[in-house]
Ligand binder design. Structure first.
Ligand code: NAP
Length: 385
């Protein structure tokens, strides 16, 4: 029988945390793959570190192995996701490299939800006589890769709604002015999130009011990435001279509309759509509203694994009412504006027993603003499994 040496959980947590930090260096370049970091340790000395740097490139474990200068025989390899074991990809299985290098022990945060791996990587390592421990900082590991987990398990992108509101719960004044409710530091956080997400989505009114660019700025290293920029609404009412349709990244813009709306568009609008090579996704309407489940399935077909929904009220209300969101984050900013636009509207909700409730809330403080995060607690959420 295999002897499993006593393991110091705190030490394991320390190295798994290092894996998380390394994994985050892949933000913006590895999707639809997960963020993975790896550390190789022997006698409490780190022999090598690596992370999954770019989609299609080597995984974290072979990178950590090739960055090591010494023999790895008898060493412990840490990684936040189960090493892969399948050949259905561009790089060889990581388990083979681990076994070949005579690594003695592998410590993992999460099993890979990908059915092509899902425990098989661990089995192959154990069959080769390698000690394997799983589940170290499992919840943090899952949160780090929450978009990947949702995408693999449901085939739909992870949806994160974000908004900035005043102390009296408004996202804009009555006239639609919202520049700016939050301060520079809060907005910088949103630009960091844009690096993390495959796509950013806004409604047609936000397009008209704000003429946003939705790229990654404010001192955040974009790594050359511009997320897909999705605008939802009636195409016949969209002014195609706005930034999203006319700047240098217009090939990253997707219009989501209905066939009826396209049929109502003028000849000159259709001509511009074709000339600018804008992508248009047609989705059926249900009770006058675009079916977001259908939309998410179509976006998944474009390998969009995660979406940051940036408003405004109409769009946020749709995602909440159709229960097609996973997480919501509010910047609560120290201003009051009296009358204005709220981010959610529901005339039918008259009793507290029908309130939409959330779970797993947590709070951060950002330069005199409170950032509240909460997860969907409805049964449709991916986080209930
Ligand atoms: N503080 C913040 O965080 C924040 C963020 C973003 C925006 N804002 C502000 O919010 C205001 C805009 O909010 P808003 O509620 O007026 O507009 P919005 O949500 O930006 O856009 C609403 C429009 O989007 C389309 N739409 C949304 N959901 C749809 C669905 N399920 N199916 C089909 N179409 C859908 C419809 O377009 P059609 O009418 O063309 O069909 C709808 O009229 C602006 O003043 C903006 O500055 C604030």
């Amino acid at each position: 029988m295999l002897y499993i040496a006593p393991m110091d959980t705190n030490t394991h947590k320390q190295y798994i945390r290092r894996c998380f930090s390394l994994a985050k260096k892949g933000l913006g370049s590895v999707s639809p793959n997960p963020l993975v970091g790896s550390v190789i340790v022997k006698d409490n000395i780190i022999l090598g570190e690596g992370f999954h740097e770019v989609y299609g490139g080597p995984h974290a474990e072979p990178n950590a192995i090739s960055n090591s200068k010494e023999s790895l025989e008898g060493a412990t390899l840490y990684c936040n996701l189960e090493p892969c074991c399948h050949t259905n990809k561009q790089t060889p299985p990581c388990v083979n490299v681990i076994i070949k290098n005579k690594i003695k022990r592998v410590i993992i945060s999460n099993l890979d939800p990908n059915p092509l791996v899902a425990g098989n990587g661990v089995k192959i390592l154990r069959d080769a006589g390698i000690e394997v421990l799983t589940g170290i900082l499992e919840e943090e590991g899952r949160e780090l890769n929450e978009a990947f987990f949702k995408f693999i398990q449901t085939g739909k992108p992870f949806v994160h709604i974000k908004l900035a509101q005043t102390l009296d719960g408004k996202i804009a004044t009555d006239s639609g002015d919202s520049k700016w409710i939050s301060n520079d530091l809060a907005r910088k956080v949103v630009h960091e999130w844009r690096l993390k997400y495959d796509a950013v989505l806004v409604g047609r009114n936000t397009l008209s009011k704000d003429n946003p660019v939705l790229n990654i700025r404010m001192g955040v290293d974009a790594k050359g990435k511009v997320p897909y920029r999705i605008v939802m609404g009636s195409i016949e009412n969209m002014d195609l001279s706005f930034n999203l349709f006319s700047d240098e990244w217009s090939h990253r813009t997707i219009i989501v509309t209905s066939v009826e709306s396209y049929n109502n568009a003028s000849d000159s609008q259709i001509e511009q759509v074709l000339q600018k090579k804008l992508k248009v996704i047609f989705i059926e309407k249900n009770n006058g509203s675009i079916d977001l489940n259908q939309l998410l399935e179509k976006l998944a077909g474009l390998k969009i694994t995660s979406i940051l929904v940036e408003g405004g009220k109409g769009v946020i209300t749709s995602f909440i009412d159709q229960k097609q969101y996973d997480k919501i984050s509010f910047f609560v900013c120290p201003k009051i504006i009296g009358n204005g636009i709220s981010y959610y509207e529901n005339d039918d909700l008259t009793e507290m027993k029908d309130a939409i409730s959330f779970e797993k809330t947590y709070v951060e403080s950002i330069d005199n603003q409170v950032l509240i995060h909460a997860y969907n607690s409805s049964e449709k959420s991916c986080l209930q499994d």
